[in-house]
Design a protein around this ligand. Sequence first.
Ligand code: C2E
Ligand code: MG
Ligand code: MG
Ligand code: MG
Length: 288
Amino acid sequence: RTKSDGRGSYRFFEAGMDNHIQARLMLETDLRKALAADEFELHFQPIVSLESTDEVRCYEALLRWKHPVRGMIPPGDFIPIAEEIGVIVPLGEWVIHEACRQAVAWNGTARVAVNLSPIQFKRGDVVGAVHQALTHSGLAPQRLELEITESVLMDDGGRTQEILTSLHKVGVRIAMDDFGTGYSSLSYLRKFSFDKIKIDRSFVKDIHIQQNRDIINAIVELGRSLGMTVTAEGIETAEQLELLRGAGCHEGQGYLFSRPRPSYEFEGLLFAPDSMRRVARPLVPLHV
Ligand code: C2E
Ligand code: MG
Ligand code: MG
Ligand code: MG
């Protein structure tokens, strides 16, 4: 059986070829066209202060793919494919530009956080893309935060470290995402002086287990002594919030405050004066 996507490129499906593989090939074909077709959207999730007030310090940009047939596809389902076929490079650049543009439109002091893939460091020009996005949008570098996981710093001969250092020098903030889940998170803290560490959701989820509380306390101590902001991901309950606040965690993020939402849903809050930009709990009705 032969199938065409109508632009002269053909995919050959063997009779009896696994449905899973066919589905994957179709997704890959669609993904190559999705950026030009304007099918991506950024959602934003507030990161709030756990210290004195509950002001919004930052909004994390989270990518969504509005597939014309399949509907909303979460990043976990398409980012690995985008990385494999290289689409993550132009897509990741679009995310940086779009996030900066949006942060300027908000017109406040909250930062915007952008996730970067290791492939962008290997095959893209992250420094160029960030400089372009900052210049084009007019966003102050201090309001941009880049989130990377430790896999970004793995065996690249120090190149990534150089890239991060040069961005750091112009004022961009660097955060280590999903802290505690990798094989050697601690050793990566020596490679670069991060501004922030984000405690992985898995520790927060099982915070009722003493061992996880001990780990969280240790991460907070570590972060504080290294002068880094410590943010907890995945806060869903008031109990988790109180334990994290008690542990001395600086910031929190999670469904308790708000799910990731299209930017216009925050506009009423975002256009308010800074002093009024607080998150009511919950910020928006939760549809669970
Ligand atoms: P991440 O950077 O660790 O983002 C946090 C993820 O946790 C988001 O999932 C968010 O929706 C989810 N989350 C937040 N609060 C809660 C909570 O209280 N409970 C639960 N169960 N989940 C919560 P999402 O949006 O599906 O993104 C998944 C991952 O995809 C992200 O993890 C990030 O690694 C990646 N990703 C998202 N956008 C981008 C992007 O623009 N570029 C790159 N390279 N990766 C991205
Ligand atoms: Mg992140
Ligand atoms: Mg994370
Ligand atoms: Mg994560």
